[in-house]
Ligand binder design. Sequence first.
Ligand SMILES: N[C@@H](CCC(=O)N[C@@H](CS)C(=O)NCC(=O)O)C(=O)O
Length: 205
Amino acid sequence: MKLYDSHRAPNPRRVRWCMVEKGIEDIEIVPIDIFKGEHRTPEYRARAGLSNVPVLELDDGTAITESIAICRYLESRYPEPNLFGRDAKEIAIVEMWMRRAEMLLATPLMLAVRHSHPALAALEKQVPEFAATYLAGAQRALPLFNRRLGESPFIAGERLTIADIVAFTGLDFARMVKFRPDASLNHVMQWAETMRQRPAAAAGA
Ligand SMILES: N[C@@H](CCC(=O)N[C@@H](CS)C(=O)NCC(=O)O)C(=O)O
């Protein structure tokens, strides 16, 4: 298998993080420089189906895009440690928090960076007003995560799951535009430090 990956890009980083948590070492990493447009060539699009990273290419040539779909595939192939929940209730709770992390934090923060950081002007027709709106939305969502993290050490419960990976990689990417959770959100701050200390934090960062 091959993973088409871009250094520092937040969506591939989710996959790299899952790989480290699961100890997966038999996937070849193929670096793609999105700033040089290596993902926009006809060859790449023909292989991947669209001009995005990450892409997981299976040995039979099947291309899986969407970071969460790739992480779910890895979860099926390498079930331990579990990152998506074990029984009906836990799977639903993890999914709920993963979706909240993606819709309320990671996606708005990624769009804020895309619309305001000079380096991203190569990829996006930037509208700085969008960035301000997205950043304010993410800041408004953080108290929900702070309350949750006051009840459990990780977002979906007692152990790390895909919800933490999605939330943290989104927040960490937004440091590019100097976004920081409000310091009064002590549970978020403590959880973020725990995430930063994990060996997987270095993968793809
Ligand atoms: N929903 C997709 C998003 C993929 C995505 O937007 N990837 C970015 C890098 S983080 C990308 O390929 N950007 C290239 C571009 O916008 O041209 C996923 O989760 O994998």
